[in-house]
Design a binder for this molecule. Structure first.
Ligand code: MLT
Length: 411
């Protein structure tokens, strides 16, 4: 008899974005003529940059020729890409990393979900609330969550509320946390924290022998000074932090799949007997065992992101989406709805008006103006009463959405 991992049975019916897609499909079936604008899932809409496409075409030709064909690549990624990552993403910010501290992968979703595997089941997990659901669901699957309470919280997890009341800045937990998930610029709130605030987390982790799992997938969207692009800009972070980076949101790789994870060799975990173990070695073992590397063609595309043209083209992409963010922020604000985020991130987090709950607001917006957003409650209990809009749609759709909000949407 094949016994299942019963932790899976604890999970809510479907992943948040699948649930939203289901509801939208049902609405479409009932209203086939509705012109629906999707500002829900944070998926990019502009094509891959020219430099990336050119490089990938060349790589395809190499794969067609016996002399340049490649089979399995190195599991952690090709040196040509890792060298560029180290030079451009870290060297320029005064952070030095070794080649074997970078692991190229197929996405920050998979890496943030999988990284917990190398830690014991009894670790205490801390998450910000609201939060990207993958961090929680992957720990539920692993058996670390306890049970889901009526308050929408898992009994064994530490929740750090991020709401308008605390400026969306999490407070250090009172209960001792072993693994801490942080995401800045934040998904879903679209807000971020200063270097001074981030330093408190690094100090906390050092004092508690904890590890920070730092998701920096939206790093390219940072506009303001005093916001760290990498957690390693903070003194001491290389001893306590793992950083996740992605090509999805800066270079349009959501469907192409390429990301990387930084695991400095100073980061230690411990055996029950108290022996310090190099986390880099464990992740390397896990990565090499379960993953055969990102395709050569895709890594060649990612490499081109760092070329002179590539850098210019990804800046133009980010500027494009950030202008959408400004349109949404200002447009929604003009209706009297309170708006947050959208300054250092492509997400706008708004307070649902008149005390309406997130899912009712989702239904109302879909029904009244045919716009899809994401209900804040889907990201955790502290997301209740909020609603997320993404700036990743086309300019035309964004402008049309704002026109509908400002002219047709009535509360
Ligand atoms: C989101 O909408 O929160 C993200 O796009 C999801 C993801 O990147 O996996």
């Amino acid at each position: 008899m094949a016994l299942i991992n019963e932790n899976y049975l604890k999970l809510p019916g479907s992943y948040l974005f699948s649930e939203i897609a289901k509801r939208v499909e049902a609405y479409k079936a009932a209203n086939p003529d509705a012109d629906i604008i999707k500002l829900g899932i944070g998926d990019v809409t502009k094509p891959l940059p020219e430099a990336v496409i050119t490089s990938m075409h060349k790589a395809v030709d190499e794969m067609a020729d016996e002399k340049t064909f490649r089979g399995y690549g190195p599991e952690p990624g090709y040196n040509f890409l890792i060298e560029k990552i180290i030079e451009f993403d870290f060297g320029t910010r005064g952070v030095s990393l070794d080649m074997d501290e970078i692991f190229v992968s197929d996405g920050s979703k998979s890496d943030t979900a999988n990284f917990q595997e190398i830690f014991g089941v009894d670790n205490k997990i801390a998450v910000t609330d609201p939060v990207y659901p993958v961090y929680i669901d992957s720990n539920v699957m692993a058996g670390r969550s306890g049970t889901l309470g009526a308050d929408g919280k898992w009994t064994n997890l530490i929740y750090m509320p991020c709401t308008a009341e605390n400026g969306f800045v999490p407070e250090l937990p009172i209960e001792k946390a072993d693994l801490i998930y942080l995401c800045f610029p934040n998904n879903p709130t679209g807000t971020t924290i200063s270097k001074t605030e981030l330093k408190k987390w690094v100090d906390y982790a050092k004092a508690n022998q904890a590890i920070i799992l730092y998701d920096a997938a939206y790093e390219a969207y940072i506009q303001e000074e005093d916001v760290a692009h990498s957690i390693y800009e903070i003194e001491g972070a290389k001893e306590v932090a793992i950083e996740f980076r992605s090509f999805s949101k800066n270079a349009g790789f959501t469907g192409t799949r390429c990301s990387y994870t930084v695991v400095p060799k100073e980061v230690m975990g411990y055996t029950a007997a108290g022996e310090a173990i190099d986390i880099n070695k464990l992740w390397n073992r896990r990565h090499a065992t379960k993953f055969n590397g990102v395709p050569y063609i895709i890594q060649k595309g990612a490499e081109a992101v760092y070329s002179k043209e590539g850098q210019k083209q990804i800046k133009a992409l980010v500027d494009y989406y950030m202008f959408n963010a400004k349109l949404i922020r200002e447009g929604i604000q003009s209706t009297g709805i309170e708006v947050f985020g959208g300054v250092n991130a492509p997400y706008i987090w708004l307070k649902t008006p008149k005390g309406m709950d997130s899912w009712s607001f989702f239904d109302k917006v879909l029904n009244d103006v045919n716009i899809v957003g994401t209900p804040g409650a889907g990201f955790g209990p502290s997301g209740e009463g909020y609603f997320r809009l993404t700036a990743f749609a086309s300019r035309e759709s964004t402008e049309e959405a704002i026109k509908r909000f400002t002219t047709k949407f009535k509360l």
